[in-house]
Design a protein around this ligand. Structure first.
Ligand SMILES: NC(=O)c1ccc[n+]([C@@H]2O[C@H](COP(=O)([O-])OP(=O)(O)OC[C@H]3O[C@@H](n4cnc5c(N)ncnc54)[C@H](O)[C@@H]3O)[C@@H](O)[C@H]2O)c1
Ligand SMILES: O=C(O)C1=N[C@H](C(=O)O)CCC1
Length: 287
């Protein structure tokens, strides 16, 4: 059985959950581990597109149980180390930092899927963790929890030193509030780092006039954002040399694709062996 399938067997209840159409139907929860310690998970942003899937995933998995499901207007102070082992935070970039800092100060570990993280924001998380009430507290942030996206990001870093040109195109649903996607931003940063480590210079580009068509430049890599009804979450990384091209593409057609990664992060963080700030699901995979 391949590695990601191992995760799926631990979360095998997903297919049951989908086919039985039991979203939000508490009575239809599968049987939980008898006697085994359950991981108590609270969800912040629980009414959102991602948060509501996380609530279902936590209810469906055999080793996790839902503690609190909070959304805008609810008091985060209700979450304590007594009722919660791990908080999963999927809100909006404008509030996520404040939520994460508050939760760290309340003594709980946090898994974050919300995007919009800058180095300055990450530094604030590190500083707050350094003064956290509990020793070894964790914050884990993933730009993307889907294995396809995590691998695309990894493969892009492997490919980057071998190509003169590199550009990233991300394509998402039109209800997404941030651009470029956190994933594309992270991928571009990884490509730039790999190019720098390999001694590559800037990507070739003779553009003299640009009204915005060349996209956002992230550490020297151009990132383009498409918003289109019908799409969910997609990324294409283009690499070019004279006479050849490599395209790496990841497609998340359904938000359920993020759930095995979210549960993996919850399980890893709950072990207490990842103190401090960790960014990227690749840290939990044997890549
Ligand atoms: N890391 C990943 O794999 C991944 C995957 C999909 C989406 N995302 C990101 O997750 C975030 C959420 O995406 P979404 O599609 O679920 O958005 P959404 O708008 O559907 O959900 C956001 C939820 O947060 C709630 N919220 C707003 N302010 C809040 C507050 N102060 N406290 C508590 N809840 C609050 C909203 O009411 C809403 O229910 C975005 O940043 C998105 O880019 C990440
Ligand atoms: O749907 C979204 O919004 C997504 N956001 C993340 C990002 O910005 O990279 C991950 C993919 C889906």
């Amino acid at each position: 059985m391949h590695k990601w399938n191992t995760l799926w067997t631990r979360t095998r209840d997903f297919e049951h959950m989908r086919t039985a159409n039991v979203r939000h139907a508490q009575h239809a929860r599968p049987r939980k581990h008898q006697g085994a310690a359950m991981i108590k998970v609270s969800v912040v942003g629980a009414k959102g597109r991602m948060g509501s899937h996380v609530v279902d995933a936590v209810n469906a998995a055999a080793d996790t149980e839902l503690a609190l499901a909070l959304d805008a207007g609810d008091d985060l102070a209700a979450i304590t180390p007594e009722n919660t082992d791990v908080v999963v935070e999927f809100t909006v970039p404008s509030v996520s930092l404040g939520n994460v800092l508050a939760l760290v100060k309340q003594g709980v570990d946090v898994v974050v899927g919300t995007t919009g993280w800058t180095e300055e924001k990450l530094d604030q998380v590190r500083a707050t963790l350094a003064a956290a009430p509990r020793e070894g507290q964790s914050v884990f942030i993933a730009p993307n929890f889907a294995i396809s996206a995590v691998l695309a990001d990894h493969f892009a870093k492997v490919a980057a030193p071998y190509f003169e040109s590199a550009e990233v195109i991300e394509l998402h649903h039109p209800t997404k509030v941030d651009a470029p996607s956190g994933t594309a931003f992270h991928t571009a940063q990884g490509i730039a780092e790999a190019r720098k480590a390999a001694g590559l210079g800037p990507v070739p580009d003779a553009t003299e006039t640009d009204g915005g068509s060349r996209g956002q430049v992230v550490d020297g890599i151009h990132v383009h954002a498409v918003r289109l009804r019908g799409l969910n979450a997609h990324e294409e990384v283009l690499f070019g040399n004279s006479g050849e091209q490599l395209t790496i593409r990841a497609d998340s057609f359904d938000r359920i694709s993020f759930m095995p990664g979210v549960l993996l992060a919850v399980r890893k963080v709950s072990t207490g062996t990842y103190p401090g700030l960790t960014v990227g699901l690749d840290h939990f995979l044997d890549l």
